[in-house]
Design a protein around this ligand. Structure first.
Ligand code: AMP
Length: 295
């Protein structure tokens, strides 16, 4: 089993990343908020395929949570996470304190403009600024590396690709497909909040994505014809929608009405099952549709 170094000190982490590169290793980086599941471990596996040394960060980043969101109750399971990462063959873990990541007097924020204004943006003011800021800091600490993210958070991935390019950061950003449970539900640390009944209602999400993928495969390109059935089926399942849109897969601007969505477009949604906010997406024309359990 790999030797795993667990650090809470950001300078020590920077030193360990520098040392790995000085020893000739490529560095892989997997930023997370912990409460790890198989989706996160898949990112570690991909990082290991691309780099000899893999660093995972575990940080529940306060600046990406709104005042009424779940920062305080977000699951924190560091010991278990470290055991999983040791098993998965990671080499380095950084689990810093908020004070380390946001030094006294902290005033700088990274804002990625238009990409943050669509989809989840209006429903989570400040969220993507918090994400972009913390990821920039993690990239600054890690230095040159390949950073692996999940496409489960598609908008986040697009924002991180953009900021790495715009800020000339020495980071290759890789996006990996969403890992789903056997019944199609996208794995998420927040699934732990769901009661059995809320979880079974949430299965309407992968079903709706699969139906939209089938319509797209059958030739449907009109935005409303793709998205209206998704909205209707989530509503019928008793889920409360923040949004469900078909959007440009790079600019993230939504299509509406009879607009043709082209040969590659992202269908993205955020919906509440009970009080738990779930997000999911599918890149039509690219992703394989979720395998869903029969109703
Ligand atoms: P989080 O801990 O939720 O901030 O997620 C850390 C990383 O894991 C992000 O890049 C997420 O997109 C990714 N991730 C979360 N859930 C999944 C999933 N089900 N499949 C693949 N990647 C995921």
């Amino acid at each position: 089993m790999a030797e795993l170094q667990v650090l809470s000190d950001t300078s020590a982490f920077r030193g360990a990343c520098d040392a790995a590169r000085a020893a000739g290793a490529r560095l892989g980086l997997v930023p997370t908020m912990g409460a790890l599941h198989t989706g996160h471990l898949r990112l570690v596996e991909v990082a290991r395929q691309r780099a000899e040394r893999v660093a995972v960060t575990i940080f529940v980043n306060p600046t990406q949570f709104g005042p009424h969101e779940d920062f305080n109750k977000y699951p924190r399971t560091l010991e278990r996470d470290v055991a999983l990462l040791r098993n998965a063959g990671a080499h380095l873990v950084l689990a810093p304190t908020p004070e380390q990541m946001y030094p006294p007097g902290d005033a700088t924020r990274v804002n990625v403009g238009a990409l943050s204004r669509h989809l989840c943006g209006p429903f989570r003011p400040g969220h993507f600024e918090g994400v972009a800021t913390v990821v920039t800091k993690l990239f600054a600490l890690a230095g040159p590396c390949t950073a692996v993210f999940g496409r489960k958070d598609y908008q986040q991935l697009k924002i991180i690709e953009r900021l790495a390019r715009d800020l000339l950061l020495p980071v290759v950003v890789v996006g990996e497909p969403t890992v789903r449970d056997h019944d199609g539900l996208a794995l998420s640390s927040r699934n732990a909040y769901l009661s059995p009944e809320e979880r079974s209602r949430a299965l309407a999400i992968p079903r709706a994505l699969a139906a939209a993928a089938a319509a797209f495969a059958g030739g449907e390109r009109r935005a409303a014809r793709l998205i209206e059935p998704v909205r209707a089926s989530l509503f019928a399942a008793g889920l409360r929608l923040d949004y469900a849109e078909v959007a440009d897969s790079e600019a993230l601007s939504p299509f509406s009405g009879d607009a043709a969505v082209g040969e590659r477009a992202v269908l993205a949604l955020a919906a509440y099952s009970g009080t738990t906010r779930l997000i999911d997406n599918l890149v039509l024309g690219e992703d394989t549709a979720p395998l869903v359990a029969p109703e």
